[in-house]
Ligand binder design. Structure first.
Ligand code: ATP
Length: 624
């Protein structure tokens, strides 16, 4: 199967992590995250204002309660009217506060949801722009884990935790100020516990972040494994490896679970400690405050007020330490997201890209050599032991030089691992040559914008990837602006129209995971229609090896002939008819072109081509 379209099944650990996000300080990281709130400035401002008002109203409650105590409970002299008024004032205050609570929660949730949606969109768009090589070194499950699980952690922090943070900070500061106003001596006593709490929070925060990162990494690893098995379900079933896969997943989830438990134990111990410290402080305040009331230095109402503010402080400190841990986790998660956002494509973009307007389709390889990165370094099947090794990397293509004229059809043949797929993957710049250059109409491919270059190249792989959606949408993938008539015309030329209209919903038939399953030959014809619609100047074709029945084979062959007409074609040939019709055949072996010519000439020459012909083509393909 062609390797230029599929991910490598071996995924070595990420080789090139961005140095930038790894070295970003927490503050810089936060600033970067905060920059995502910019489009939601209004909601954020309104939300923070609502939080402030709501907190101020909460802070007013102990003042009212003090009055209540000093007027009724202590002196027993107040009138029923003023009692009613106090209670009414309280209820009124709570009502107004409810309004502001709604506003703050809703506004800040808008910010959080917006930020995370934007972050996900930015990340996905960025991922789509990364090179093929990047996706060969990362597991898909790991990346989706960043998009889902890490983004969800950030979401929690930005939506609920941010509102909480502002609320609790406002309550804490307000309460401390009012405590000082109420009684200086008691306040100093109560605040003695604060340094203990702060120190504990710092120690605990760092540890917690490390545990959380380990947890998220383990979840990502488990996801990646599960994804591989789910995608390759047929292989799993064919090898009855269900139990093996289930155990692998259980083992990975088990590790994540144990780390999660460790995190829970840490959190639980810390909260218990903080609560103990805060309640002890309240005990001391009661003891000292009681003595002050007896000595007449403090009214009972003022003591109650003091206690209420102390409770606010305790509550705020408890909540803030929880939030601190949540923010630490979110920082870890956003770091991993930014790390992906900082990945750069390894294909350098030209400063001023050459425009690609009218392409003739002359392709030239000039001294092209290529090796996959060292991280991929599995020795090639066709590589001799001495032939590899420029810095330990296997050289897959060696010093290739040839010119393919516009409209010429070149068939590539060679033993497995000879480098055929690699050669054609250099044309749409899935990779750049390690040495030498490839030109299109005389200009180095690297001088063009990647996307405009690829717009000129059509790709028909062995295995056609259809996306969930209708047949029409799948064909239109080749040119999203194409009209329905154009889609149909392409399908007709690709011999696909008849089978499409035989479906009950015709072109609107849903294909893919939840829809109609197409046969191998039908899929190929959809792929051909897609390529026809795109109308590229250059065509890269990897013929399917799986044999189709004679009728289907003939339909695909006809469609391919229509597709190839007038284009420069590189075809990895598996059919006898293709090599017979090709203008030239390149015979590849160990990354070199060892023979070149037409079928007849090469056959007469003998050597590798004749050998391959007798072994592969004559036996496998029924001559037509
Ligand atoms: P086949 O006919 O079996 O598809 P091929 O002639 O197309 O083979 P290539 O797929 O180009 O051969 O592979 C050439 C060599 O490059 C092989 O040794 C292979 O192991 C190696 N190779 C191919 N793709 C990659 C990759 N993505 N990363 C690392 N090495 C690769």
């Amino acid at each position: 199967m062609s390797r230029y379209l599929r991910r490598s099944s071996v995924a070595p650990p990420p080789s090139k992590r961005s140095a930038r996000s790894a070295t970003l300080s927490d503050a810089a990281q936060l600033r970067r995250l905060f920059a995502f709130t910019r489009p939601y400035r209004k909601q954020l401002a309104l939300g923070i204002l609502a939080v402030m008002v709501s907190s101020a109203l909460t802070l007013a409650v102990p003042q009212i309660v003090r009055r209540f105590f000093d007027t009724f409970v202590a002196s027993l002299e107040g009138s029923a009217v003023s009692l009613n008024l106090i209670v009414l004032a309280l209820v009124g205050l709570f009502l107004v506060q409810a309004g502001f609570n709604f506003l703050r929660t809703y506004m800040i949730a808008q910010v959080g949801e917006g930020v995370v949606a934007d972050l996900r969109k930015a990340l996905y768009r960025h991922l789509l722009g990364l090179s093929v090589r990047f996706f060969e070194t990362r597991k898909v499950g790991e990346i989706t884990s960043r998009l889902t699980s890490d983004a969800a952690v950030v979401q929690g922090a930005v939506s609920q935790a941010l509102a909480q943070l502002v609320n609790q900070v406002a309550l804490l500061v307000g309460s401390v100020v009012l405590l000082f106003v109420t009684n200086l001596q008691l306040t100093l006593l109560m605040l003695a516990v604060v340094p203990v709490v702060v120190l504990g929070a710092r120690l605990f925060g760092g540890k917690l972040r490390r545990i959380s990162t380990a947890f998220q990494d383990l979840v990502a690893e488990a996801n990646a494994g599960a994804e591989e098995a789910l995608v390759g379900m047929r292989v799993v079933k064919a090898f009855t490896a269900e139990e093996l896969e289930a155990e692998r997943y259980s083992e990975r989830i088990g590790r994540a679970y144990r780390v999660a438990l460790r995190r829970a134990a840490f959190r639980a111990a810390f909260f218990a400690g903080i609560l103990f410290a805060m309640f002890s402080a309240i005990g001391v305040v009661l003891w000292m405050g009681g003595r002050l009331v007896v000595a007449g230095a403090l009214s009972p109402g003022a003591l109650v007020q003091f206690l209420l503010y102390t409770l606010f402080v305790a509550g705020a400190v408890g909540a803030l330490t929880g939030l601190y841990s949540q923010f630490q986790e979110a920082l870890g998660a956003s770091r991993r997201i930014f790390e992906l956002l900082d990945e750069r494509s390894d294909l350098p973009a030209p400063q001023v890209p050459r425009p690609l307007v009218w392409v003739k389709g002359r392709v030239a390889f000039e001294g092209v050599s290529f090796c996959y990165g060292a991280a991929h370094g599995a020795p090639g099947l066709g590589a001799s032991p001495t032939s590899s090794d420029r810095r330990g990397e296997t050289v897959v293509l060696r010093d290739l030089s040839f010119v393919v004229q516009p409209g010429e059809v070149v068939a590539l043949v060679g033993p497995s691992g000879a480098g055929k797929s690699t050669l054609v993957s250099l044309i749409p710049r899935f990779y750049d040559p390690t040495e030498g250059r490839i030109t299109l109409d005389g200009t180095d491919l690297r001088a063009f914008d990647e996307r405009s270059l690829r717009a000129q190249i059509g790709l028909v792989p062995q295995e056609t990837q259809l996306f969930s959606g209708t047949v029409r949408e799948n064909i239109r993938y080749g040119r999203p602006t194409a009209s329905d008539d154009e889609v149909e015309a392409a399908a007709r030329s690709a011999n696909a129209h008849d089978f499409i209209v035989s479906f009950p919903d015709g072109y609107d038939t849903v294909v893919g995971e939840r829809g109609v399953k197409l046969s191998g030959g039908q899929r190929q014809r959809v792929a051909i229609a897609r390529a026809l619609l795109k109308g590229p100047r250059i065509l890269v074709l990897d013929e399917a090896t799986s044999s189709l029945d004679a009728e289907s084979e003939a339909l695909v062959q006809q469609a391919l002939e229509v597709l190839m007409r007038g284009r420069t074609v590189f075809v990895i040939a598996h059919r006898l008819s293709t090599i017979r019709n090709a203008d030239r055949i390149f015979v590849l072996d160990e990354g070199r072109i060892v023979q070149e010519g037409t079928h007849e000439v090469l056959l007469a020459q003998g050597g590798l081509y004749a050998e391959l012909y007798h072994k592969q083509f004559r036996e496998r393909t029924p001559a037509r």
